[in-house]
Design a protein around this ligand. Sequence first.
Ligand SMILES: Nc1ncnc2c1ncn2[C@@H]1O[C@H](COP(=O)(O)OP(=O)(O)OP(=O)(O)O)[C@@H](O)[C@H]1O
Ligand SMILES: [Mg+2]
Length: 375
Amino acid sequence: MPTKYLRWDQTLFRDEDVFDIDYIPGQLNFRDTQTRDLAFQLMPGLRGGRPLNTICRGLPGTGKTTSVRKLFAEIEGIGRALVPVYVNCQVDATKFAVFARIYQKLSGQTPPASGTSFATLLDAVARLMQERQCTVVVCLDDANYLLYRNELNDLLYILLRTHEIHEGTRIAVIAIVSDMTVDIGQEVDPRVLSVFQPTTVYFPPYTAEEVHEILRERALQGFYPGALSGEMLSLVVDRTMESGDLRVGIDLLKRAGVNAERSARPAIERQDVEAAYEVAQYAHLDNTVRTLKKEERRLLRLIAGMEQADTGVSMSEAYDAARASARIGYSTFYKSVKKFDEMRLVDVNFLHGRGRTRMITLRYEAERVREVCGG
Ligand SMILES: Nc1ncnc2c1ncn2[C@@H]1O[C@H](COP(=O)(O)OP(=O)(O)OP(=O)(O)O)[C@@H](O)[C@H]1O
Ligand SMILES: [Mg+2]
């Protein structure tokens, strides 16, 4: 985009779209190893063979979706031997819906009506693959949703074994999981695992320096020069690290820019960032809680209801209450709390001066958490 010298309005934004949730950055820094590993897994597919199956694991906001989407875009540009199909399992959470996406991609037509039988759909997909002599790689993004709905085993079984019924069909799978309590390798049946045999690509959380660099680059693209000082960028980075999700940082940049604009300031100031954080933080809480399972939401609400100002609630008290009200076992309870910790919803710490008592402290206002968890 050419630089504009004459601005009809006083905007800080050179390109507001770069702060959008679905924006795919031109440059994906710090994900070289993961992208290379993924590419290596898919390589046989480009040569007409079957790609290797992959699980991408990592906490929210670690670039899993973006890495796969960028790689898929590259594959699209190479030729037609390997056809990438991206599926968001939060939206398409049944085997019919997933195969409808594959059908749609291969045929270029709208997905078949929901009255169609699954067998008919499967036949149609197999025929298309045979006609086009292509291999399909399906990305099941947020595949844990399939697991919650008990669809994963069946789906993987069919995806990975179509060639046994329909000769010449080849499908490989990339499953993305951000729920660190879920280990797909453990969850699938042996009959699935024997054909799945996935390699795991791990996406570690970004360090503060990496977040700094990513946000600096994003700001450079999105803002006019001078709109965001180094000091304000550092403040945004600090808040992002507190929240534990890069998305909050990107959201913060945009909201801070809008705040500054609204007050007719030529540059973002501390108050713009702090006001933006109030909102961005709760938007993040909403989004995070939305990804929890119903029982997990109930447990979090229970903990929020028990929390004492500052000190939080002890692990054993919380467990007693959870067992009494929801009849859950300790390992489920512990797994959930660990997940809340990883998602930065709570902190789990030993209470100073009280031996081995572990305390759960909410990272958000208890009232707000209860509200978001509903009921
Ligand atoms: N290395 C990076 N460089 C630039 N931007 C990045 C990078 N990694 C992630 N992002 C940005 O951060 C946001 C979150 O990334 P992404 O959606 O890929 O995360 P994710 O691992 O799929 O998270 P989730 O598990 O919550 O779906 C996106 O807006 C993306 O553009
Ligand atoms: Mg994602």
